[in-house]
Design a protein around this ligand. Structure first.
Ligand SMILES: [Zn+2]
Length: 200
């Protein structure tokens, strides 16, 4: 799934939190959006492994949730929402496509790495690949109602996020061709530093 979809799912978590604790709206929205994106910062170094912890994020989010419930202050609420959004991201990556340059081919059996199980979780492909039309539908489905829980700034963030997502959907299938061309232009010495799926 797209990082933007994960961000909006994270915002939906924040929206639920504001139903019971509206005073933490700003910190919850920021934590949900960043927590939703955070795991994908590993895109250039061990993607879907280095910062993806489907089991550990979930366990940490459960603990942080209890702490936030007992001691509701901005940072405990923020940490709990961040971890919950990151957990949903890592776990839901298993519902998308595999880790390959053209994920719609459906040849990869690696969706996300579970450090707890010490193995790759295979892709379920309910969302066939990041940038598939159903991925955008999911982003809108979570992002639109979530935005309504917040003010105009978040509305704008969601609108821009959905616009970027729509753009990605349009260009997605051309990306491998462009990426392969760019890699071919790079000096040989750079190749070892590229993600595996861009291989020389
Ligand atoms: Zn991911």
């Amino acid at each position: 799934m797209m990082a933007t979809t994960h961000a909006l799912v994270g915002l939906a978590v924040a929206a639920v939190v504001t139903l019971v604790a509206p005073e933490y709206g700003v910190i919850a929205a920021a934590a949900g959006l960043t927590g939703g994106v955070f795991p994908d910062l590993d895109i250039y170094a061990g993607h879907r492994r280095t910062l993806h912890f489907p089991v550990y994020y979930t366990a940490a989010a459960a603990v942080a949730g209890v702490v936030a419930f007992v001691l509701p202050v901005p940072w405990t609420v923020g940490v709990a929402v961040f971890l919950a959004a990151a957990a949903l991201h890592a776990a839901s990556d298993a519902l998308g496509g595999g880790l390959e340059l053209e994920p719609w081919e459906g040849t990869s059996e690696r969706a996300v790495y579970s450090h707890y199980h010490r193995r790759w979780v295979p892709p379920r492909r309910l969302v066939r690949y990041d940038g598939a039309p159903e991925d955008l539908a999911l982003a809108a489905l979570f992002g639109t109602p979530a935005a309504l829980a917040f003010g105009p700034t978040v509305h704008q963030v969601v609108a821009v996020t959905l616009a970027v997502s729509a753009g990605w959907v349009v260009v997605r299938k051309h990306v491998p061709t462009v990426a392969t061309w760019v890699v071919a232009q790079l000096p040989e010495g750079v190749h070892p530093h590229l993600p595996e799926r861009f291989g020389p």
